[in-house]
Design a protein around this ligand. Structure first.
Ligand SMILES: [Zn+2]
Length: 120
């Protein structure tokens, strides 16, 4: 996959934010989906029953702390680790607060910066 439009980054960032994942992990996950970036986020042992792929930094954290953070940040009604695949970012973002939008733009722009380093 090649991520070329800011809308793609924003849509994925909305998904990650709605499911409560930390900004660093969302940015890492989005950037890694672009085939030009030299890694791809694969499901990890211990997390394989979830949709969540922790970034390398968060893998150092205690899973219980990370899960607590994710649960507190979640805006979707499904409890972690549930994450329905059939959701539209525009619906998830409808009720986002300014702080939640700030998280979306933080992770989207971080991912864009990583991808732009690997463009031709
Ligand atoms: Zn992280």
């Amino acid at each position: 996959m090649q991520l070329d439009s800011p809308n793609q980054f924003e849509s994925y960032a909305i998904l990650g934010r709605a499911f409560g994942y930390p900004n660093c992990c969302v940015a890492w996950w989005i950037a890694g989906m672009d085939h030009r970036v030299p890694y791809s986020p694969e499901p990890l042992t211990d997390w394989e029953n979830t949709q969540f792929v922790p970034c390398p930094k968060c893998r150092e954290k205690f899973a219980t702390d990370l899960i607590r953070e994710i649960k507190q940040r979640r805006t979707v009604s499904e409890l972690f680790p549930l994450a329905s695949g059939n959701v539209r970012p525009e619906d998830l973002a409808k009720d986002f607060s300014l702080a939640e939008w700030a998280d979306v733009f933080a992770s989207a722009s971080k991912a864009m910066a990583v991808v732009s380093q690997h463009q031709d």
